[in-house]
Write a protein that binds this ligand. Structure first.
Ligand code: FAD
Ligand code: DHB
Length: 390
């Protein structure tokens, strides 16, 4: 089998690139290890920057997002029993974010790929890139007892943090930077009215909490928990009781509780792999970098990789111009590191660090006092949260 571009990973990065390239007449195949039901069962991101939303529209996948997604012009930070609002529109020159779940983004991308006859192979086992440092790369995968070979011009590694693509780059070429945090986020999705129409990021002595939403009838809440905790340790009543303890009283009084539809724990990690290109293999999204979810940057950083890669591949196919491909890793990483910085900063500002001294705790509190006393500090927060330009 042959495709111009073979994409490993059928998450949002891989599907979005496949869809954008298809619209420009470039032939792609997407190889996904899991079933479609499994991919669509994962509950992850909820906040999209306007650059990501624009890319979805360009991919002809923005219709439902524009109809059902919510535009948010601000969010709250709760601390010391108070609620302070970050006015994104005011502090970022009129920008906003779209609240629309990653699950729905992925569903819309799959629907578009199906509509256009896109090739997406599910349950592809043992996907392996070969000879990516040559002019004739290929990828193999196993379907039952058959091994299928796909010859291609380029291989895109969009297979997330645990994928095979990054691992196929020789150790001597790749440099990895990592920070693991001593806690995770326990997330609950529930069919209840959200406690607030805008997100609330909550700093509390018992640990961080986040009140988010998917719609005005679907809530998403998170609690900072120790890494040793398991989902079974957190029956619904315990989750709601702990969330109430961490919210300001007036907010806790408004909380509507109900059965959880999904409950999972995600560890927090910062990670970057450099470079993002090896020969004809290009990494994109979580395959190359991870952020702690605090700043809502993960999916959005994936989208900027896809933006650069899409334009670089189109320049290659339409004009024989490889300058975009040559610049890809440097350009993508420059933006990735800014997202790393922002996510790290917000994580450090809002979580409880068990090993912090009193001095560090006072400094952390001062960060928030400074933030809400300075329009310039709020401007910096808002500019990063709505997304730096691609
Ligand atoms: P993935 O979504 O991981 O997709 C990779 C795909 O590759 C998967 O479908 C996987 O099954 C497949 N795969 C893996 N290995 C192989 C293989 N060997 N062969 C074939 N296929 C393979 N980001 C935001 O921007 N905003 C938010 O609000 C936000 N909130 C988050 C909340 C939580 C709790 C979590 C966990 C993450 C959050 N993120 C957020 C991050 C965001 O979800 C990720 O950055 C995003 O999923 C990255 O997309 P991706 O396509 O690069 O990778
Ligand atoms: C959500 C996740 C985040 O990490 C975040 O910063 C905001 C919202 C969410 O899942 O809704």
């Amino acid at each position: 089998m042959r495709a111009q571009v073979c994409i490993i990973g059928g998450g949002p990065s891989g599907l979005l690139l496949s869809q954008l390239l298809h619209l420009k007449g470039v032939d792609t195949i997407v190889l996904e290890r899991q079933s479609r039901e499994y991919v669509l069962g994962r509950i992850r991101a909820g906040v999209l920057e306007h650059g990501f939303a624009d890319l979805m529209r360009e991919a002809q996948c923005g219709e439902r997002m524009d109809r059902e997604g919510e535009i948010h012009h601000g969010f709250f930070i709760a601390h010391d029993g108070k609620l302070d609002r970050v006015d994104l529109a005011r502090h970022s020159g009129g920008n906003s974010v779209v609240v629309y779940g990653q699950t729905e983004v992925t569903r819309d991308l799959y629907a578009a790929r199906d509509r256009m006859g896109g090739k997406v192979v599910h349950n592809a086992e043992d996907v392996t890139p070969h000879q990516v440092d040559s002019d004739a790369p290929y990828v193999t995968y196993r379907a039952g007892d058959d091994v299928v070979r796909i010859d291609c011009d380029f291989v895109i590694g969009a297979d997330g943090f645990h994928g095979v693509s990054r691992k196929s780059i020789p150790k001597g070429v790749l440099r990895e930077y990592e920070r693991v945090y001593p806690f995770g986020w326990l997330g609950v999705l529930s069919r209840t009215k959200p406690v607030s129409p805008e997100l609330i990021y909550c700093k509390h002595d018992r640990g961080f909490a986040l009140c988010s939403l998917r719609s005005q009838v679907l809530s998403r809440y998170y609690l900072q928990v120790p890494l040793t905790d398991r989902v079974e340790d957190w029956p619904d009543h315990a989750f709601w009781a702990e969330l109430k303890r961490r919210l300001p009283d007036a907010v806790a009084a408004m909380l509507v509780t109900g059965p959880s539809i999904e409950k999972s724990i995600a560890p927090l990690r910062s990670f970057v792999a450099e470079p993002m290109r090896y020969g004809r293999l290009f990494l994109a999204g979580d395959a190359a970098h991870i952020v702690p979810p605090t700043g809502a940057r993960g999916l959005n950083s994936a989208a900027s990789d896809i933006y650069y890669l899409y334009h670089a591949l189109i320049d290659h196919y339409e004009r024989g111009d490889d300058s975009g491909l040559d610049a890809y890793s440097g350009k993508a990483l420059a933006r990735v590191w800014k997202a790393q910085r922002f996510s790290w900063q917000l994580t450090m500002m809002l979580h409880r660090f068990p090993d912090h001294s009193d001095y560090e705790n006072r400094l952390q509190a001062t960060e928030l006092e400074y933030l809400f006393s300075s329009d310039k500090a709020l401007g910096s927060l808002a500019e990063n949260y709505v997304g730096l330009p691609f």
